[in-house]
Design a protein around this ligand. Structure first.
Ligand SMILES: *Cc1c(COP(=O)(O)O)cnc(C)c1O
Length: 482
């Protein structure tokens, strides 16, 4: 039976909890001036507590998450969030404090921020880190604003930012928001930056190159040394998109590659739940010469205490209320401290092994455009199944019937019919084998019965939706209009 909306279940007068009448003289007018009080009641559903609980519990069974199964959404690093992160984030000393409390009363929280900044600096090789941005995309924008402030301080006006054609869509958007035009640098057939093309597009108007490494094809940019040289020779900055840092932990560091600015995606690399739009954390690290431009306030420390400092005249200013998404920072801090240095590099080694293990298994049946060993993720292409009328989309939808969340599809844009698969280190060999088996079966179906792919998913309450219509005209009722 389709689940009704909670508003449809409402009956006037039903209550979740009722309490004995309050005998203390409660006077709302003393708390809130009359003209600030509501004139009419809020139109909330009226429902008993057990009906409410059942409604949301049933709905929770309709969704799919990492706690339920493999979630190979390439580029998003959907790794398991260890529950100790949640326990620590719920410590009253972290969850019951207010950002405007006197500093003396939140010394522990400030210490955590101070230490996390330094831990991230150590992991990345950057000189200093801000924890304020709350998403990778916001980190990118902060990085671009820092680049602008830096160039302006040098008394020069630079006009464009160079971005590889394989980049994540947020890169050009962030550079554009910071007032730059975008120039594209092409990839070689091998899937990495075409260094000769880069030489052609870099000039004295270049503010920065935004580079993702390993890139969105899961490949390490081997020309990084030369790339940095070209960018720096032009007086431009190297921005490092660190969303794929889960492939580099303890193995190499963006700072050691001489990059100038980078962002972290704590919600990807250092677990912490994400999906459905957040919350996240996108700290930004910079090299020595860019420290003055970092957002304020910053956490500092003297002999006695931790405190927040505001007076940084060259700072780009505040980029988020208070100090970012504190709860996410606690989770990432917990994750890092629990694993330690050894554990962190194990993450990257195992991520790389997982991706290559899976890639090797699928190689015989699917077209794999990039033949080099990959880092944390890899791409399959369904291009050669076109003759059977099958695209990446159909395979993704059919995987739902096999019990898996689909991989990222049709991204990066330079690979036709791309399926982008990421298998974080938290996935076991058995899980990877079962997933590969599902893709084998689906490949067989392409030859024997392609219609089941076209009709997929069949196992869900809803079949295949018209994605554009579903996004534009949200209908949260179950009505399968096939
Ligand atoms: C996820 C991702 C981003 C954007 O990060 P958000 O936290 O989703 O804003 C940027 N670049 C790459 C390569 C990514 O994978």
């Amino acid at each position: 039976m389709p689940e009704q909306l909670i508003f449809e279940k409402s009956h006037p007068g039903r209550r979740g909890q009722t309490f004995p009448a309050n005998h203390n003289d409660f006077d709302l007018n003393r708390l809130l001036p009359k003209d600030h009080q509501r004139k009419t009641d809020l139109e909330l559903p009226e429902i008993s507590e057990n009906e409410l609980m059942r409604h949301y519990t049933r709905l929770s069974h309709e969704s799919y998450g990492v706690d339920e199964g493999f979630y190979p959404l390439g580029s998003c690093t959907m790794k398991y969030n260890p529950k100790i992160n949640e326990d620590v984030a719920r410590f009253p000393g972290f969850s019951d404090i207010h950002p405007l409390q006197p500093e003396e009363s939140v010394q522990g929280a400030l210490k955590l921020l101070y230490d996390l900044e330094r831990i991230l600096a150590e992991i990345s090789g950057m000189a200093q880190v801000t924890l304020q941005p709350v998403a990778g995309a916001q980190g990118e924008m902060v990085g671009m604003l820092i680049a602008r402030a830096y160039h302006e301080k040098q008394g020069r006006q630079r006009k464009h930012v160079i971005i590889p054609d394989s980049a994540h869509g947020t890169n050009p958007a962030s550079a554009h928001l910071a007032g730059y035009t975008i120039k594209t640098v092409h990839s070689t057939p091998e899937g990495i930056i075409d260094v000769d093309d880069l030489r052609k597009v870099v000039d004295s108007d270049t503010a920065a190159l935004m580079l993702t490494n390993p890139n969105t094809l899961g490949l390490f940019e081997r020309g990084i040394g030369e790339i940095v040289q070209i960018v720096h020779d032009a007086g431009a900055l190297l921005y490092f998109d660190g969303a794929n840092l889960n492939a580099l932990l303890g193995l190499t560091r963006p700072g050691d590659m001489a990059c100038d600015i980078m962002h972290f995606n704590l919600h990807k690399t250092f677990s912490t739940p994400h999906g459905g739009g957040g919350p996240g954390a996108g700290p930004v690290g910079v090299c020595e010469k860019l420290i003055p431009f970092l957002p304020a306030p910053r956490v500092e420390k003297d002999a006695e205490r931790y405190f927040l400092r505001q007076d940084f005249p060259a700072s780009i200013g505040r980029v988020h209320s208070f100090y970012g998404n504190f709860g996410i920072l606690v989770r990432a801090y917990t994750y890092i401290r629990r694993l330690g240095a050894e554990g962190l590099s194990e993450i990257s080694r195992n991520t790389i092994i997982n991706a290559n293990y899976l890639k090797k298994q699928l190689e015989t049946l699917y077209d794999i455009p990039m033949h080099r060993p990959c880092m944390h993720e890899f791409i399959l292409s369904a291009k050669n199944l076109k003759t059977q009328g099958i695209g990446a989309w159909d395979i993704a939808k059919r995987l739902i019937d096999y019990g898996f969340y689909p991989p990222t599809v049709n991204f990066p844009l330079i690979i036709p019919e791309a399926l982008m698969i990421e298998a974080p280190e938290s996935e076991s060999r058995e899980t990877l084998d079962t997933f590969a088996e599902a893709l084998f079966q689906i490949r067989k179906e392409v030859d024997e019965n392609p219609q089941v792919l076209k009709d997929a998913p069949q196992s869900q309450k809803l079949g295949r939706l018209n994605e554009v219509l579903a996004a534009r005209q949200l209908n949260v009722r179950y009505e399968n209009k096939k």
